[in-house]
Design a protein around this ligand. Structure first.
Ligand SMILES: [Fe+2]
Ligand SMILES: [Fe+2]
Length: 273
């Protein structure tokens, strides 16, 4: 089985790059399951229901989020009816929507997707380790799930790496999101779990984490906010991670980054060809 994860869509340039290329990527490379983090898709802040539909129509099986999940207030409503939308599982009890669910891949595999948020340098939510453990225990790999993916939306690399060791051998993939810059530590760990500290974003990298650099720079220089943050609108790089999964064990056999377009150098997973 073959899975593709795309990092946070940032603004129009990020989401149109991803939605225009996804159908071809899926068809040409026989991809069975696609997860896209959409937390910055609407002008950099949250996601609307219309954008969510467009991303799903382009081929995303699941749209995960993070700290920006509910920046567009309509998400508080559509989170309840859009089954492919996930918000962090460790948000307080009573938060609309779901943080984990099982989805059917194109090859018939049952994929448990868990979206969780870290707590280091972020809002103090419920313990993500306990929250993820609960979901994995309820739907173990090789029993109720044929693959398990965790989108760990977190700032600190230490927290992401600790989670990777906690879950190694029990899930298919742990991929970091939120920092918007791809890390080069993608690998299959000793227990068979694929891991990358951060997958990066789908957006304009000639920016400050996807935003036009002028306002972030002004705030660092002068500490006085001027205008709103606006997404940078130059050509986007699609940044993602491709994973080959053993159908028997549900563990990863190969992992490689995907980068297409924009200012980053292009790379395609070698095992796709
Ligand atoms: Fe983000
Ligand atoms: Fe984030």
């Amino acid at each position: 089985m073959r899975l593709l994860f795309l990092g946070d869509l940032v603004g129009r340039t990020g989401r149109s790059a991803a939605t225009s290329r996804l159908p071809g990527l899926i068809a040409n490379n026989r991809i069975d399951f696609v997860i896209v983090n959409g937390e910055n898709a609407a002008g950099g802040f949250g996601i609307t229901e219309e954008i969510l539909r467009n991303v799903v129509d382009a081929g995303a099986d699941v749209v995960t989020t993070g700290n920006h999940a509910f920046d567009q207030r309509e998400a508080l409503v559509f989170a309840q009816r859009q089954e492919r939308f996930l918000r962090p599982v460790n948000f307080p009890a009573g938060t609309p929507g779901r943080g984990a669910a099982v989805f059917m891949a194109r090859n018939g595999a049952r994929v448990l997707v868990i979206n969780a948020m870290g707590r280091v340098f972020m809002d103090q939510l419920d313990d993500p380790f306990t929250a993820i453990e609960k979901e994995v225990a309820a739907c173990p790999l090789g029993e109720q799930a044929d693959a398990i993916v965790v989108d760990f939306h977190a700032e600190a690399t230490s927290e992401k790496q600790a989670l990777a060791h906690y879950l190694d051998g029990r899930v298919t993939l742990i991929v970091g999101t939120h920092t918007h810059v791809p890390t080069s530590d993608y690998r299959v760990m000793a227990g068979g779990t694929a891991y990358q500290s951060d997958v990066g974003m789908c957006g304009d990298y000639d920016s400050v984490i996807g935003m036009n650099h002028e306002e972030p720079l002004r705030r660092f220089l002068h500490k006085v906010p001027g205008e709103r943050f606006l997404p940078a609108d130059g050509p986007a790089t699609i940044a993602g991670l491709a994973v080959e999964i053993d159908d028997g064990t549900g563990l990863a056999t190969a992992v490689a980054p995907l980068r297409i377009g924009g200012v980053l150098s292009e790379t395609l997973p070698p095992f796709w060809s």
